[in-house]
Design a protein. Structure first.
Length: 546
């Protein structure tokens, strides 16, 4: 059997044999729309123009950028605007309108006659989301018909008949080129399941010659496992009569001549003819895409397996770290407490039994042991915070009471450096915090202030209520901090470049711990400082009435 044009019994012209480059589906669709001799418009359900091809510009005179976004009623012939709304309502109800002849207005104002074919656009869920319109200019044809009506006996000249025949040949050729050069396989099947049309891509995809396809049952392209129910699916689609993807959400397979199967996507469209409903199927081979998806899934599975393994290893190492920290906490603190205890005991009894030099050595043992214990506590605290093992017990606290305890704790150290410590104003407020950790924050900030303040200077604490927060400030008249160091001051192990005595002290963990503890209690911490102008460390905590 020979290839035929859909909707007619006219055969395709012989294959030109031209090689056509493959484009993707969207590019092919755009090329088809733009090369059409008919105006192809897209419209919203309210009648607003959403797309406009080159033929629409030629037929109606408006450029696309002018027409798009305008109501389609602007094309109606004056007095016939109501007809537009009637057509829109039919389409909203899911009806199609075929070959409807109507007068329209050209941009120049002249009257043109067009034949309209309109159909609703349906999404994957069957919901009508827009309107597709094809308009063919039949003005000249209508004029010819009117002339013929007035001259019923007039016979076409030989020249006129040749022009009509030539136009029909050109239309056939364009239609064939469109079908033949499509990147997807295109088949048309009649109501019995026999293949009426098959394009060149269908030959390549299924590895049958065109002669082997035309007239044969389309079921031969369906894998054996799915073939039994295919006839029922075809009948159901023909009854529904709605353009839609086939097997939405399912993995569809087609079968080649050699019996091998391959994944496909299929779009179906009904074509009503005098003998029944034919079905046009556009078939896309998605083998490469499926292979790519499988490779991606394999990589994802491999990545997730590796990630899970790494997570388990991280959890194991974290557990070992926690166990180590618990062990080292005991192993380091126990002998230090012993050293500190005996040092204090010796100091109490050393007045008569030890020389001044020996007492000085004993004092060094005591103070350095206290310092070492403080460093160990900082390291262990930070490790517990980072491991998520530090639990806070927040409660409503009197800020004044906690500040007084912290100031009293730091005063001996400050006095040894001839630095005064005082309590500022507005401390009689309530905060929501862990008392132990709030004292730790204040002690760290106060000790830093005293450390970096010269003899005769002072350190103080003050507060202010700001909405739902209390801003607490620890200030000093010390050396201050350079702007570039203010940015990094809360980093772990970071220490400022100088101290009053010219040497660095501590581990650089105090402020990092303060930052973590403040943020764990719903606040934030920052510093304001300039060299030689002292520093102001501010942090916030939730306000609570006492």
């Amino acid at each position: 059997m020979r290839d035929v044009i859909p909707g007619s019994d006219r055969p395709f012209p012989p294959d030109s044999g031209a090689t056509v480059g493959r484009l993707n589906a969207e590019q092919w669709l755009a090329a088809i729309v733009e090369s059409s001799d008919d105006a192809i418009l897209g419209e919203s359900l309210s009648g607003i123009i959403t797309s406009w091809n080159a033929a629409a510009t030629r037929i109606f005179g408006y450029e696309a950028d002018v027409a798009i976004g305008k109501p389609v009623s602007m094309l109606a012939w004056p007095g016939e605007e109501g007809q537009v709304e009637v057509l829109l309502e039919k389409l909203r109800q899911g009806e199609r309108v075929d070959h409807f002849e109507v007068a329209r207005r050209h941009k120049s104002g002249r009257k043109i006659i067009v034949s309209l074919s309109l159909s609703p656009i349906v999404d994957s869920e069957g919901k009508i989301v827009g309107i597709a319109k094809i308009a063919r200019d039949i003005t000249e044809r209508k004029i010819s018909e009117q002339v013929l009506a007035a001259n019923e006996l007039r016979v076409l000249t030989l020249t006129e008949q040749q022009a009509i025949d030539h136009a029909e040949v050109l239309a056939e050729r364009k239609f064939r080129e469109l079908i033949e050069n499509a990147p997807d396989a295109i088949l048309q099947v009649d109501s019995t399941g026999s293949i009426l049309i098959a394009n060149r891509t269908a030959e390549t995809m299924f590895r049958y010659s065109r002669e082997e396809l035309i007239g044969k049952g389309v079921d031969m392209l369906v894998p054996d496992a799915n073939r039994a129910g295919h006839a029922g699916h075809r009948r159901a689609f023909a009854s529904a009569g709605m353009t839609r993807p086939m097997g939405l959400g399912l993995d569809l397979l087609a079968q080649r001549k050699d019996g091998t199967s391959f994944p496909v996507e299929i779009s179906l469209s009904p074509v009503r003819t005098e003998t029944g409903v034919n079905v046009t199927a556009v078939i896309r081979d998605v083998t490469e895409r499926k292979q790519t998806e499988q490779r991606v899934r394999t990589l994802q599975e491999s990545y997730m397996t590796e990630l899970e393994a790494r997570q388990k290893e991280a959890e194991r190492l974290n557990r070992l770290k926690s166990e180590f920290m618990a062990s080292i906490s005991h192993e380091l603190r126990t002998p230090l407490h012993t050293i500190i205890g005996f040092a204090e005991l010796l100091e109490e009894e050393a007045e008569a039994s030890l020389s001044e030099k020996q007492r000085r050595f004993l004092h060094h043992i005591h103070t350095d042991s206290e310092h070492l214990l403080s460093l160990i506590n900082d390291v262990l605290d930070l490790s517990r915070i980072e491991a998520g093992g530090l639990n806070l017990r927040a409660e409503a606290l009197s800020l004044q009471e906690i500040v007084t305890q912290s100031v009293n704790a730091i005063r001996p150290y400050a006095n040894s450096k001839a630095v005064s410590v005082r309590e500022g104003g507005q401390l009689e407020v309530g905060v929501w915090a862990d008392p132990t950790r709030l004292r730790q924050i204040l002690y760290n900030l106060l000790s830093n202030g005293a450390k970096f303040t010269k003899a005769g200077g002072e350190v103080w604490v003050e507060a202010a209520v700001e909405g739902s927060l209390v801003k607490i400030t620890v200030g000093d008249t010390g050396l201050g901090i350079a702007p570039e160091e203010c940015i990094r001051i809360f980093d772990k192990f970071y220490q400022v470049g100088f101290t009053p005595v010219g040497v660095r002290e501590g581990t650089g963990l105090g402020l990092a711990i303060c930052k973590q503890l403040v943020e764990m209690q719903g606040g934030k911490i920052w510093v304001e400082s300039k060299p030689q102008e002292g520093s102001r460390f501010h942090f916030t905590l939730p306000y609570r009435e006492l």
